[in-house]
Design a protein around this ligand. Structure first.
Ligand SMILES: *[C@@H]1O[C@H](CO)[C@@H](O)[C@H](O)[C@H]1NC(C)=O
Ligand SMILES: *[C@@H]1O[C@H](CO)[C@@H](O)[C@H](O)[C@H]1NC(C)=O
Ligand SMILES: *[C@@H]1O[C@H](CO)[C@@H](O)[C@H](O)[C@H]1NC(C)=O
Length: 340
């Protein structure tokens, strides 16, 4: 009975609400709406929040499938998970094909509001040279006053660590292949800056108990080594650390002090978009982690003052390429974009 009477109360209050609404403001039929101005200004009018952000993703050598898709010596790829991760946060992608001529890469970088360095294995050679060169362009643009963010993931973290320290032997070995892990905050303030701003307090708590961060690396850097390297410790603030399979602690997330540069040893894109390895966490919390990182990074890209020609953007978008389904051949990625 109680529930019926409370149902009645709520029905009658909604009826009263409708009634008072109808008397104070006559009900509009769809055809009457035309002279009611829809006052939603175009989202591009806010100068400091550009709502058409485009992200450059640097391709990685190879086909991403150990020769199952292509053996072309100049082939390079982007795992589609990075692309979808960016798209899901409200941005589009321009591939930066690492082995294209420097002038073309410079032109493409003028079309983008932020850059991603992906995971992978190429630690030396032309790829590392290209990453260093693009990293310098990113720093220069920030020094010139543009807010131009970088998200460096896994191998990207390692290469940026090498580039900042100018020490090709700075990395150490860790045992963290295909392992979901926790993230330990080095101090509470770390939750207030960088990607972790977008995490709810509950999710921040869970990061230190639940394995929500996907790791897949055999190199890394310990907090001690980072802190005792002047170049690195002046450049990066350590946000989180993580124990590897042997309990050895490595740095898992860093944020530059003076640049919108975030580097993660872990893979935010995999939780949502990669299914080939059973260790990848896909729980609702794991998905929230991915989305919070994507949303943070694109919020940084919206602050960039680059306003490229839309025609040039369209000509260079990743939509000019079709992803290939590579999950069925067990390549490690579900889909890849190939450039060759
Ligand atoms: C690449 O080379 C390997 C080894 O020779 C071969 O098994 C594979 O089929 C080749 N891949 C393609 C796409 O042709
Ligand atoms: C984080 O920011 C909030 C809101 O600005 C503040 O109340 C809190 O003290 C900060 N926490 C730390 C650890 O700095
Ligand atoms: C790769 O090599 C092929 C054949 O030599 C060439 O047509 C293509 O443009 C090259 N692609 C890249 C990305 O360098």
């Amino acid at each position: 009975m109680a529930s019926i009477s409370s149902l009645f109360t709520s029905l009658s209050s909604s009826f009263l609400f409708l009634f008072s609404f109808a008397t104070s403001q006559s009900i509009l039929l769809p055809t009457d709406r035309s002279n009611q101005a829809q006052n939603c200004p175009s989202s591009s009018s806010e100068p400091l929040s550009y709502n058409y952000p485009v992200i450059g993703i640097v391709t990685h050598p190879g086909d991403g499938a150990s020769g199952r898709l292509s053996n072309a010596t100049n082939a390079s790829y982007i795992a589609a998970s990075y692309v979808k991760f960016i798209e899901a946060a409200g941005a589009r992608v321009v591939p930066i094909v690492y082995n294209e001529p420097e002038e073309i890469i410079a032109e493409k970088l003028k079309l983008v509001n932020g850059v991603i360095f992906t995971g992978g294995s190429a630690k030396t050679g032309p790829y590392f040279e290209r990453i260093k060169n693009v990293f310098q362009i990113i720093l220069d643009r920030n020094d010139e006053g543009e807010h131009f963010p970088l998200l460096a993931i896994c191998l990207g973290f390692e290469l940026v660590t090498k580039a900042v320290s100018k020490d090709n032997n700075i990395l150490e070995r860790f045992s963290a292949k295909n392992q979901a892990s926790i993230l330990q905050f080095v101090d509470n303030a770390a939750t207030n800056i960088s990607i972790f701003q977008r995490f709810s307090p509950q999710l921040i708590e869970k990061l230190s108990t639940d394995c929500l961060a996907m790791q897949n690396h055999i190199f890394g850097i310990s907090p001690q080594r980072l802190q005792t390297n002047d170049a690195l410790s002046n450049f990066f603030r350590i946000l989180t650390t993580t124990p590897d399979k042997d309990g050895k602690i490595y740095v898992s997330s860093v944020q530059a002090y003076n640049y919108p540069v975030t580097a993660l040893q872990w893979h935010p894109e995999k939780n949502v978009f990669e299914w080939g390895v059973s260790a990848i966490p896909h729980s609702e919390d794991a998905i929230l982690v991915s989305q919070a990182v994507g949303n943070y990074f694109i919020s940084e890209a919206r602050k960039s003052s680059t306003r490229p020609s839309m025609k040039k953007v369209l000509d260079n978008l990743i939509y000019n390429y079709a992803p290939r389904f590579s999950g069925a051949v067990g390549s490690g990625f579900d889909e890849v974009y190939l450039f060759q």
